[in-house]
Design a protein around this ligand. Sequence first.
Ligand code: NAG
Ligand code: NAG
Ligand code: NAG
Ligand code: NAG
Ligand code: NAG
Ligand code: NAG
Ligand code: NAG
Ligand code: NAG
Ligand code: NAG
Ligand code: NAG
Ligand code: NAG
Ligand code: NAG
Length: 696
Amino acid sequence: MVIQAVLASFGSLSTTLVGASALPGVSSYVADAGFPTSAFSSYYYSPAQPTQEPQPVIYDPVLNYTFPHNLTDPETIPEENVDDPVLFPPPVANLSASQKRSLVDAVVANVTRIIVETNATESSCARCMNALAAAKPAALYAPELVPETLVSLCKQYALHSNATCEEDFAASTFGAAWTQVLAYADVQGLDGQYMCWSISKSFCAEPTTQPLDTTKLFPKPKPANATVPPPSGKRVKVLHMSDLHLDARYAVGAEANCSSGLCCRTNNFNRASPGEPLLPANAYGGFQCDTPYDLGLAALQAVGPLTGTGKGDDEESLAWTVYTGDLVSHDPQSELSQAYTMYAETSVYGMFKHFLTGPVFAALGNHDTSPENLDSPHNMPGPLGQQQSWNYDHVAGLWLHEGWISPDAARQARTHYGGYSVKTHYGLRIIAFNTDLWYKGNIFNFINSTDADNSGVFSWMISELQSAEDAGERVWIIGHVLSGWDGTNPLPNPTNLFYQIVARYAPHVIANILWGHTHEDHILLYYSHNGTVRDDAHALATAWIGPSVTPLTNLNSGFRLYEVDTGDFQIYNAYTFFSNVSEYDDHVFLPNATASTGPTFQIEYSTRDTYGHAASWSHADPLNATFWHRVTEAMERDANLVSLQNTLQGKRSVLSPNCTDSFCQEAKICYMRSGSVALGSQCRQGYGSVQSAFKP
Ligand SMILES: *[C@@H]1O[C@H](CO)[C@@H](O)[C@H](O)[C@H]1NC(C)=O
Ligand SMILES: *[C@@H]1O[C@H](CO)[C@@H](O)[C@H](O)[C@H]1NC(C)=O
Ligand SMILES: *[C@@H]1O[C@H](CO)[C@@H](O)[C@H](O)[C@H]1NC(C)=O
Ligand SMILES: *[C@@H]1O[C@H](CO)[C@@H](O)[C@H](O)[C@H]1NC(C)=O
Ligand SMILES: *[C@@H]1O[C@H](CO)[C@@H](O)[C@H](O)[C@H]1NC(C)=O
Ligand SMILES: *[C@@H]1O[C@H](CO)[C@@H](O)[C@H](O)[C@H]1NC(C)=O
Ligand SMILES: *[C@@H]1O[C@H](CO)[C@@H](O)[C@H](O)[C@H]1NC(C)=O
Ligand SMILES: *[C@@H]1O[C@H](CO)[C@@H](O)[C@H](O)[C@H]1NC(C)=O
Ligand SMILES: *[C@@H]1O[C@H](CO)[C@@H](O)[C@H](O)[C@H]1NC(C)=O
Ligand SMILES: *[C@@H]1O[C@H](CO)[C@@H](O)[C@H](O)[C@H]1NC(C)=O
Ligand SMILES: *[C@@H]1O[C@H](CO)[C@@H](O)[C@H](O)[C@H]1NC(C)=O
Ligand SMILES: *[C@@H]1O[C@H](CO)[C@@H](O)[C@H](O)[C@H]1NC(C)=O
């Protein structure tokens, strides 16, 4: 019944769909056409109509610095980052310039011999690892010569396109980090396999999960009497926002249908029509573009009316907001910098402070650092273990400045990779951690890869969870890169460890887990007994993946509200809101038009109304892991329910292909039951995103 109603009501869903649960606020919100100029105190450029992206003057209270206009001006996008420090491992001996040059020449000769030698008895993986071993002396004795050498070898042997070779290995992008990894990794062990797999999937297969000794993992065994506390009956409203990816360099009128890279930029074109944009970017966003100010602010303005919260005396406030990471746009690394990252951090958190009620608890995403994806473990030698402290200091300072976390929590964030553990004033503990420490794109994770907790993040998390258990607290864990689903984003060993942590502390301590990163709307489940029996009796915890504000790639824009009980901190309902990006180009938003309204944000669906009936779920019970497991069982019985999930996963984007064949349907159900790489990689691959070739 419900399913048919939802699918049938695709056009006018807000009225048909939400018959059962009362909406938390209005069913749809139309932003004003004009940019809310009160959002910022001054502007480099402030258009009267949405005909160009505004350029607010962003003052950074932590740095005591005003970002210059040229950092975000769409006309002055840099081609190379010349401002930031480039850190090499300290050389193990002091050689003269000419000694270094001849050493590197000899290394190149050795590597070349290994590459060109055909030895049928050796796999390409072993040869790649031998080549890394032959290259290692260069990283140890002449580190600053390594990036240019890697770029030239990459081009010579056509590992990637010439542009990608520069993007991957130039000193100012990832080359200096690769040099550190080459210097310190065990290149002929597991580390080397990861490095070779990362350089080319044709060199090494992805390593699988290694055995984990769990005997001394936890300070205490799981209490036999562990139970979830009862609900208090008092419900509060919690916002989940994710992946805003502010594009302060968005250019109205630029190509929104570009051939490669980030569209709606002055420097990206469609090859078929380089002179004239095929699809001129409107002011509010496009399917291949990140979030312009006009869209981000429309979303933030919509939060109050749609969720029934606001700053007025008689209005309910949001209890808190969870932001699961990624503030910065998807530029190539050559266009990024520490300053550009810090600009997005300051601007977006400032907008949250302006428009949202209640505190915001944010986790760092892989785009919230520079070079993107990189966060080095603290046990790297000397200053290399602190090379992203500029960022942890910055975000900790901003969160403190906005009044969201205490000075103690800010101190913790500075020394824990931007992670912290705080108790909200409702009594819930929130543990935020930096998931770059398991993200595959963070090449520093290839060092000491046999240690599932090389960064120390998980021993810290265990000690926080043990204190919470001892104190009878409930916990939400928040982060960016999800631990499981199809298993394509994190490294296997740390997610295997995390899975054991969840099993130890859920459901009596860990009430919910929130991730972002995929830009899509879905959940994944954790079970007891290491997931060997995945049924409703073994389901322990749910991870909710928050839909992105950015429409990239081919998605609508969205966010979610949870109704949370203040006794058990479980979710009793979830309302997901979206804005239909395919409407933007149709009418008022063309660059030359005078817009009459801004975009519409509206209710997309209520989770309980959508799935409650199919899961035979009592209206009084929380939307916990047992509920979600029953939803997956209902999906096994009714393929329409998988199609519905797929539609919602893409936020009803007109560009989402349907999931109608049995391979896709089985894969989706399998992903929902996979909380780790080990489990996700057992599912049929290729259906993780509603989009085919999507790289968040
Ligand atoms: C901030 O910087 C200005 C100069 O740009 C300086 O005059 C002022 O003293 C600084 N404030 C603080 C608190 O450091
Ligand atoms: C950007 O503007 C600032 C301040 O006006 C200036 O110091 C800097 O050199 C400019 N950068 C570039 C790349 O033009
Ligand atoms: C290289 O020289 C510098 C400066 O003289 C010195 O500080 C450093 O210890 C030397 N390194 C080695 C490995 O000898
Ligand atoms: C090159 O390989 C040879 C043979 O394995 C080795 O003796 C030599 O030290 C290598 N050269 C460098 C610079 O690593
Ligand atoms: C080919 O590889 C095998 C296995 O690693 C090794 O024993 C042999 O020496 C190699 N042959 C050459 C010519 O390098
Ligand atoms: C890539 O770079 C190499 C070395 O600089 C050059 O020989 C080659 O022609 C370039 N390839 C393309 C497609 O530009
Ligand atoms: C569980 O047992 C421990 C140890 O006997 C006790 O301290 C604790 O209060 C009990 N917890 C509950 C919820 O009954
Ligand atoms: C690898 O791990 C060991 C043990 O924790 C640590 O001492 C070492 O510094 C780590 N190496 C690097 C390069 O991070
Ligand atoms: C979920 O809630 C139901 C109903 O209250 C309960 O029976 C079940 O044990 C809960 N599941 C978990 C994992 O807490
Ligand atoms: C507005 O611009 C679009 C595309 O750039 C063009 O097709 C249309 O004719 C223009 N309309 C007016 C009224 O100039
Ligand atoms: C997907 O299925 C829905 C409902 O059956 C339908 O309305 C929609 O057009 C389909 N979309 C695509 C891309 O085939
Ligand atoms: C849990 O199961 C996975 C397979 O799904 C396995 O790779 C892993 O080693 C197991 N972990 C533990 C701690 O037993």
